[in-house]
Design a protein around this ligand. Structure first.
Ligand code: AQP
Length: 332
């Protein structure tokens, strides 16, 4: 039997180059080798307030982008998280078996608390419960591998802890303990404007990220105005040259080469020449992606999602019944 992978992305904004390089690119590469499940994490998106029309549109956008990137519905079960009720059912089990201290320690939670305090916004409790839902998303399908970017490693570690805890409570291996799979390079693509900070789709400054559906000319301009340094040498050094290192990582990831080879390629280039070359690589990648995205129609997308929902639900509903049974929930 093939080993399984599961992962998802939340439609909380327009997908970025960071989401692609750190996560989605791996989904595409791994689908040939693994039994693959990829979903749109729409329930995660509502941990922060969303406009309903935009959320629905972004959900479809994300599915179309998954397909345009190369996810093949014959190899990958593609579905929407909210259409498989067992995600929320199992999330409650993990909510009850996780501790406040563990949830409050999560960096993503702490960052949101800080951000909202500065903006004087209330802190929704959903953001605290994000990791139990993520644990459910994963453990329902018993995957061996979960491909994610660097920022999700901590949540994955908690997922493993929760799985082990439940296995311990029931004295049975009801959950497979999954391994985190991060790309060799590009696990954390940085903001183009503040390269010590992660590129994020919900960043207030649109110049900080490349949105995959941005007009190409806008993306080219964003690369060309990316923050660098005054040394004028194209060299990979994350600590002292985060901006240049980030652009080298983007270039190497999209060209499918090692960062060291990219650095060699640009050793005699000026920053202007280097940025022009990175922008060209991004332009070629986005043009191909957007052409494929625009060629997809809603009927095709809906048929793929119907099929995905049926396949995912069959596994997930069986799993939740098993978990409830083991925990003594419901009738004999
Ligand atoms: N900058 C990044 N570099 C590499 N990988 C990244 N990922 C996100 N940003 C980067 C990876 O993309 C996957 C999906 O992420 P998500 O949408 O579920 O949540 P996120 O990690 O919170 O992504 P964003 O873009 O930062 O969203 P917002 O701004 O809404 O919070 C994950 O595997 C993630 O690691």
């Amino acid at each position: 039997m093939k080993k399984r992978i599961v992962s998802g992305i939340k439609p909380s904004g327009s997908l970025t180059l960071g989401n692609y390089i750190g996560a989605a690119k791996q989904f595409v590469d791994l689908q040939n080798e693994f039994d693959s499940f990829v979903f749109v994490a729409d329930l995660h998106a509502i941990t922060v307030p969303q406009n309903s029309t935009e959320l629905r549109a972004r959900t479809y956008d994300l599915v179309k982008l998954y397909l345009a990137m190369g996810l093949d519905p014959k190899k990958t079960t593609l579905f929407i998280q909210s259409e498989v009720p067992a995600h929320l059912q199992l999330a409650w089990v993990f909510t009850c078996s996780s501790y406040m201290g563990e949830l409050e320690r999560m960096t993503q939670y702490k960052d949101t608390v800080l951000k909202n305090k500065v903006k004087q916004l209330p802190i929704g409790s959903g953001i605290l419960q994000y990791p139990p839902l993520m644990a459910a998303d994963i453990l329902l399908y018993d995957p061996q591998i979960v491909p994610v970017g660097d920022d999700q490693s901590q949540h994955l570690e908690l997922t493993r802890t929760l799985a082990e805890r439940l296995n311990g409570i029931t004295n049975q291996d009801i959950f497979t303990i999954p391994e985190t799979f991060k790309p060799k390079q590009g696990a954390r693509i940085m903001s183009l404007q503040e390269p010590t900070k992660k590129m994020s789709k919900s960043d207030d400054n649109p110049k900080s990220y490349i949105a995959l559906l941005d007009p190409i000319a806008v993306s080219v301009k964003k690369i060309k105005s990316a923050v660098t340094d005054s040394e004028m040498v194209v060299r990979y050094d994350v600590e002292h040259k985060p901006g240049i290192s980030n652009l080298l990582t983007i270039y190497a990831s999209l060209e499918n080469i090692e960062i060291s080879d990219a650095q060699k390629h640009f050793e005699n280039s000026t920053y202007g020449e280097f940025k022009t070359a990175v922008a060209k690589t991004v332009e070629i990648f986005l043009t191909e992606l957007q052409n494929k995205y625009h060629a997809l129609n809603m009927d095709t997308v809906n048929a793929i999602l119907d099929d995905g929902r049926i396949k995912a639900d069959a596994i997930a509903s069986k799993k939740i019944s098993h978990v409830y049974h083991k925990l003594g929930i419901g009738r004999f």
